[in-house]
Design a protein around this ligand. Structure first.
Ligand code: 2BA
Length: 110
């Protein structure tokens, strides 16, 4: 068995939950925050049998889209780092999904 940890954008999370549940793939949704943008995103914990990992990944691929987002980056003026004030906008491309696929030693329901 594998545990897929999928970090996705909030906009895609509802459709992805529905898509996975329709296929009988169990999933748990967590509200999370990205370290760089410090904005909300969604982390899904998806436990699947080894032979269904590709199916789960292709479901994620079909739903999650990359998007461009504007952020402001701190600037340094005279050695002083500013945040918000004097910051300039920078465009970043947030990926459709960031995935970690881990091997599961034991899967128990008690
Ligand atoms: P954030 O950390 O908020 O990052 C959002 C997007 O900002 C990233 O998209 C990337 O395009 C950009 N970015 C991140 N760090 C950067 C940096 N140091 N310099 C310039 N641009 C940077 P993604 O790479 O698609 O990541 C989307 C979200 O996935 C991340 O949100 C974070 O929550 C998670 N993530 C990405 N890599 C991770 C990792 N190695 N470990 C844990 N979580 C990760």
């Amino acid at each position: 068995m594998k545990l897929i940890i999928a970090i996705v954008q909030d906009e895609d999370s509802s459709r992805l939950l529905t898509g996975l549940m329709r296929k009988g793939i169990g999933v748990t949704k967590l509200a999370t925050t990205g370290g760089f943008l410090k904005a909300g995103n969604t982390t899904l914990m998806i436990g699947v049998e080894d032979e269904r990992v590709e199916e789960a990944i292709s479901t994620i691929e079909s739903v999650c889209k990359s998007r461009k987002q504007l952020t402001t980056t701190p600037t340094t003026i005279s050695g002083v780092t500013t945040s918000g004030f004097n910051a300039f906008p920078v465009e970043v491309t947030v990926g459709g999904a960031t995935l970690f696929v881990l091997s599961v030693d034991q899967f128990l329901k008690i």
